[in-house]
Write a protein that binds this ligand. Structure first.
Ligand code: HAM
Length: 416
């Protein structure tokens, strides 16, 4: 039997309701702060991610679904949304608009990762990006908006980790300092960490090896090396979060999967999730638009995983799908079938939720089905322009003109 590809999933009607809630809450919370919806293509030129996300990142090196478009151009299923939004900002001349341009999106993203709980090869993100503002208020506002979204969705056990990465120059100098430190302690480090001193020294902070952890306690921290401007920007972001009553943990080892970050970075985790605990994260990326040939443009944003938010959320109450009217048939006469078809259609046009018998069930079977789908009324179409209208809640039933069925149900109130 053909199955959905590994790491992908079907969104069945049962979960569609919850996902609709994610969209509605994102629209409400982000819309109230002036963020407007944008959707970019599912695939982009591979170069956009190679340059934007960074050639040396895991995403670009190992996780992209890349293919030839048949005409010699390399395309990639989008692994993230920030580089595409920046591309769209440039392509549509949005820098001529009042800044910052505040945008949000919701859709599927693709990464060829090893699947596990909360980690998929096709997953959904809701994201927000503010382009054209350097203000620390932008960073703090974005973080508060994500906190509000997580709260509105009932995501449990959240913690916020926060750090600043400074500028690429500061980072390059710090990287050398850290590499020097790691080399001086090479003998005490795990082999895997030792092998990565040149390529990715920051990884040493994530190691679970006891020897490495002991060494790293005394390692130099990037937060202590920030330029005065960057340090002041970060202090302001922190001050605003403190004023907003949002608690966070300063985590100087916070590393994110993309190269584009500058200054503020943050991540919300949830204790409800296992190894894949990150529900949403982001930060400032003041250099990204230049990397894709735009003018220097400060910007910040975040993205949150829809599946992870739902995994970490308390079960939202599932409203049963109710139906106002189920149209059933006493006989299989063509005339009755036509009248019933028309009745269901007219009922829907009148704003009712109406379903038609479509499976050729016996009358008894039809009544049972009406009950199963939660129909308030069942109209059993007879032969002579009459219907037997049964109120499924009270059990009352009577014969009525077909033309009176809809007015009678409307008088009793509708579901929607
Ligand atoms: P990210 O941290 O790579 O950031 O992804 C954001 C969120 O997407 C994660 O916190 C996680 O909830 C979800 N996610 C990521 N990968 C997977 C996966 N394989 N399966 C399920 N969920 C996943 C970004 O993508 C940046 N573009 C965020 C950003 C926006 N930074 C600035 N602006």
């Amino acid at each position: 039997m053909i199955q959905a590809p590994r790491g992908t999933f079907d969104i069945l009607p049962e979960s569609a309701q919850q996902r609709k809630l994610v969209e509605a809450e994102a629209d409400r919370i982000l819309g109230a702060a002036g963020y407007r919806r944008i959707e970019t293509p599912i695939f982009e030129a591979t170069e956009l991610f190679a340059r934007g996300v960074g050639e040396t990142t895991d995403i670009v090196q190992k996780e992209m679904y890349t293919f030839d478009d048949g005409g010699g151009r390399s395309l990639t299923l989008r692994p993230e949304g920030t580089a595409p939004v920046c591309r769209a900002y440039l392509e549509h001349g949005m820098r001529k608009l009042a800044q910052p341009v505040k945008l949000w999106y919701l859709g599927p993203f693709f990464r060829a990762e090893a699947p596990q709980r909360g980690r998929y090869r096709e997953f959904w993100q809701v994201g927000a990006e503010a382009l054209g503002s350097e203000a620390p208020e932008t960073d703090a506002e974005l973080i508060v908006l994500l906190a509000d979204l997580l709260e509105a969705l009932g995501v449990k056990g959240t913690r916020l980790r926060l750090s600043s990465l400074g500028t690429p120059d500061t980072r390059a100098e710090y990287r050398e300092e850290l590499q020097g430190f790691l080399r001086a302690h090479e003998g005490e480090l795990a082999e895997e960490v030792r092998n990565r001193i040149d390529v990715n020294p920051m990884r040493a902070f994530d190691s679970s090896d006891p020897g490495t952890r002991a060494v790293m306690r005394d390692a130099p921290k990037l937060l202590d090396r920030l330029d005065p401007d960057d340090a002041e920007h970060f202090a302001r972001v922190r001050g605003l979060l403190d004023d907003a009553g949002l608690s966070y943990e300063l985590d100087p080892t916070l590393v994110r999967g993309m190269d584009y970050y500058t200054r503020t970075v943050f991540e919300f985790t949830s204790d409800e999730l296992g190894a894949q605990s990150g529900v949403g994260g982001g930060g400032r990326y003041d250099g990204l638009i230049e990397l894709i040939d735009g003018p220097p443009t400060p910007a910040a944003g975040w993205a949150a995983g829809v599946e992870r938010m739902l995994l970490a959320a308390r079960e939202p109450p599932q409203a049963p799908d109710l139906v106002d009217l189920f149209v059933a048939f006493a006989s299989d006469a063509t005339e009755a079938s036509e009248r019933g078809f028309e009745l269901a259609r007219n009922a829907r046009r009148a704003g009712l939720q109406a379903q038609l018998e479509l499976a050729g069930r016996s009358l008894k079977g039809q009544l049972r089905h009406g009950d199963r789908i939660g129909a308030r009324y069942v109209a059993i179409i007879g032969d002579n322009g009459l219907a037997r209208l049964k109120n499924m809640e009270s059990g009352d039933e009577h014969d009525t003109d077909l033309g009176d069925v809809i007015p009678e149900i409307l008088r009793s109130g509708t579901l929607s």
